[in-house]
Design a protein around this ligand. Structure first.
Ligand SMILES: NC(=O)c1ccc[n+]([C@@H]2O[C@H](COP(=O)([O-])OP(=O)(O)OC[C@H]3O[C@@H](n4cnc5c(N)ncnc54)[C@H](OP(=O)(O)O)[C@@H]3O)[C@@H](O)[C@H]2O)c1
Length: 340
């Protein structure tokens, strides 16, 4: 099999770490591996296939000889360096939000719109971690009867913000357990205490009162599904969970889809599993998905106010299918389609 030279920008981060493990576990045919990060991490080492590989600082000259460059760093770095990587002849698979809505950049979930990969011009975007979980549950229903409206509330884990947010929740929980109960616990990454709390926002706010995360979720869902007019409305929240985004979803379809029909359609779809036996308290939770690739769907039930409405509870690992797994699947598809 042809070897593929791979660079990972952000190799020392939460998503970069998962990317490296997945490239190993899924036997991706890596030739040369080039781990890249900021100057802070240059000279440190990561382990890949049992060997120690030195991390280098990412610069515009880092990409010569690379076939695929994963970007799992910051949006501003993707904006600055992804064109340089593409110019050097690599295909960029970007995990940041920078390129997702660019009209010439395919935004891809391999189970849903793999053919869009053929349109790439050097940069391919991987969606937001909440969008991927949502859309994996929506697509099988849309195939049964076209969607007419989607209402979502997300409950997003702190690892979705990165490694410093994981540390913030850990520190707050330990400080609380040590007896600190007065006032808010010290916080820096989030604007309010995250431990034992629920924050009714993710990322920052825009002028219309919606958060940037909320606007991404609706725009990306429409782009991937190829449904530019689909009403998708939402509230995104951050919860004190380390890994796994949960989403409460109300979906309306053109004709009535019964819960039984929905369960069957979702079960048949690759990468999604129905976990739905509420009488026995069997439903998906964040703890169930941490470290796994499938999106889990439960609590499938008729809406009591809309005969064509269905409620779903959707959970997926934001670092795996929400980020690293989807990016590696894109790379695998590129190889399978002979595009790399
Ligand atoms: N976490 C998720 O669930 C998730 C899901 C979907 C998409 N994403 C996106 O994936 C990307 C990475 O997220 P993350 O959660 O892994 O963040 P993270 O844990 O904070 O890691 C950030 C990585 O980027 C590197 N980096 C930061 N500034 C840099 C610079 N100026 N030059 C080179 N490297 C730099 C860091 O290197 P140092 O270690 O040297 O600082 C680190 O390797 C983000 O764009 C995020 O929006 C994340």
């Amino acid at each position: 099999m042809k070897k593929v030279n791979v660079a990972v920008v952000g190799a020392t981060g939460a998503v970069g770490h998962q990317l490296l493990r997945l490239l190993e576990d899924r036997n991706f045919p890596v030739g040369t591996l080039r781990p890249l990060a900021s100057a802070r991490s240059a000279g440190s080492a990561i382990t890949f296939r049992g060997e120690s590989v030195t991390v280098q600082e990412a610069t515009p000259d880092s990409f010569g000889g690379m076939d695929i460059v994963f970007f799992a760093a910051t949006g501003s770095l993707s904006k600055e360096l992804a064109p340089a990587a593409a110019k050097a002849g690599a295909i960029v698979i970007d995990k940041s939000s920078t390129w997702r809505m660019h009209p010439e950049v395919p935004l891809v979930v391999p189970e849903i719109n793999p053919e869009d990969l053929r349109k790439h011009k050097g940069i391919i975007a991987s969606p937001n971690c909440t969008t991927i979980g949502l859309i994996m549950a929506l697509k099988p229903l849309h195939d049964v009867s076209p969607l007419t409206r989607v209402v979502v509330t997300t409950m997003q884990a702190v690892s979705g913000t990165g490694k410093e947010a994981i540390e913030e929740l850990e520190t707050q929980a330990k400080t609380w357990a040590a007896g600190a109960t007065e006032g808010e616990l010290a916080h820096d990454i989030y604007k309010r205490q995250i431990a034992f709390n629920v924050l009714p926002y993710a990322e920052s706010f825009t002028e219309n009162g919606y958060s940037t995360e909320e606007l991404k979720l609706s725009a990306e869902t429409r782009k991937i599904m190829g449904l530019p007019e689909l009403p998708v409305t939402m509230t995104c929240t951050r919860v004190p969970v380390f890994i796994g985004h949960s989403e409460s979803v109300l979906v309306s379809t053109e004709r009535k889809v019964t819960p039984a029909e929905a369960r069957e359609a979702i079960s048949r779809f690759p990468g999604v599993k129905v976990v739905d036996d509420p009488a026995n308290f069997v439903f998906p939770t964040a703890i169930d998905v941490a470290g796994t690739d499938d999106t889990l769907v439960g609590r499938i039930r008729e809406d009591l106010t809309d005969p064509n409405g269905l409620w779903l509870w959707v959970v997926s690992d934001n670092l795996r299918k929400g980020a690293a797994t989807n990016a590696v699947q894109i790379a695998e598809k590129l190889v399978e389609m002979g595009l790399v």
